[in-house]
Design a protein around this ligand. Sequence first.
Ligand code: FAD
Length: 496
Amino acid sequence: MPKSNADVAVAGNGVLGLSIALELVRRSPGLRVVVAGPASRPGAATVAAGAMLNCFAEVTDSTDRHPASRAKFALARAALDAWPHWLEGLHDEETGLGPTLVAPGTFVVLGARSTPTATRSFDAVHAALKEHAEPHHEVAADDIPGLRAVPNERPVRALYLEREGAVDARAVLQALENTGRLLGVTFLDSQVSQLLGTRDAVNGMLLADGTELSAGAVVVAAGAVSQSLLDQLVPDVTPPLLHGTGFAVQTMRHIAPGFDSVIRTPTRSGACGMHLVPLGGGVEYIGATNIVLFDPSPGPRIGVTQSLLRFATDQFDTRLGMSAIQRWHYGSRPVSLDRFPLLGPTSTPGLFVATGTYRDGFHSSPMIAGHLANLILNPGSTPELLAPFTPQRPPIETMTVEASIDLFVSDAVETATEYGLRLPYFLDTDPVAAQARNEANQALERLDRPLALTPEILAAIRDASPEHIQRLNTYLNTTPPRRPAPTRADLVLQPE
Ligand SMILES: Cc1cc2nc3c(=O)[nH]c(=O)nc-3n(C[C@H](O)[C@H](O)[C@H](O)COP(=O)(O)OP(=O)(O)OC[C@H]3O[C@@H](n4cnc5c(N)ncnc54)[C@H](O)[C@@H]3O)c2cc1C
């Protein structure tokens, strides 16, 4: 069996694995760092990402409501400042220069038919921009270059965020790998099939090609599939990871002018909102769908695919209908049960985790890499900012169970409306709401203790296999709740 040695071995070659490896060798030249992961990166989130560098554009009305949400925002805010320097430090193989922003700013638009959630998110974005004196200005729809929405979808309000642009995720990934190689990082084109060691100490990993890699520290950064690796040494103590499956298309403009900045909706029901990222030369990235699942489907579903394309042409530019599809992207955002990232050391000495970043891990990657590298090189001190995201934790609950059921219900009604539900004046959406309430309660009934979860996670639990539910319950029974747990009687159950 081939053997190899490293000081730090990283399982996973997405943006997090590569950025952490790079930060390690920058901070400690000569450190032997190995990154293992398949070069083709099947299902990787990073490859599919629009790579918007969005912090304020991601704000919702719940960003300020819980310490963990505030910590996540603080991380994203620090990343916003860090990106220009981070890009300068990367080297593209051909040019020797760092990748640049493909789009310099972001328009956040609120369409005429926006749902109440989208409107609340838009207001929250605006309030946060003002509170933090972040450069922005309000714009009229007529002043957004490239915009041509259908009349009933035209933006009624819009903001331009000067510092929030986008990069080409694939180009940055390539530049990260190239820069890491120049600084001595070793890349192995192979899956990690097993972590080596015991619960008391990790000492390396076994690769699918049979290579045994011994290492003083191991970082699990394998995206949504990190769960299977964590199960080997720290089973049932980290919030389970799910796949936030996302679909996007890359198109070539046929009818000019197209966009020269990112254009996006605020965060809205069930997903991250729709966005278009101009990649240059008429190429545009249109994303993204979001369906959270325990077991991802092998490809995007036709239903959401159809809606994404329709929403983009209706809400951004009808001329997109003439663009040619160059390729499509499909990847799994790593999302944890409580939707917060898993970042830092575990109870197994030497074993670190960096995953669960869900929708904005690309943007936060420079900060995450810096903190993780520091923790690995100076074990024992978790910075206050990362404390809420310690990988071994009970689920973070940011609302009551009742509020989470109500959110599931309003989300279902809003999604139905977004997808075209239109009722005659003498009917209301009560039947849709009642059905959704039953579904939420049925999903919660599958858990050994009631839990406040977001709508897309509750939907995944509703549809999960009994095996996944059993594992989830084992985790819940292993990790004591943070607060007095609500009882079943606390749940407002609707009659069937
Ligand atoms: C459609 C879409 C759009 C997005 N848009 C944005 C955006 O605009 N802005 C933003 O900030 N974020 C965005 N995200 C989220 C962002 O992509 C993720 O948060 C981030 O890329 C996660 O990076 P990662 O390295 O943790 O995971 P991944 O990118 O999934 O990387 C994990 C890597 O591990 C490898 N791997 C898997 N199994 C193993 C194994 N056993 N051994 C070794 N390696 C393994 C995989 O091949 C993969 O390369 C988007 C995601 C999607 C899907």
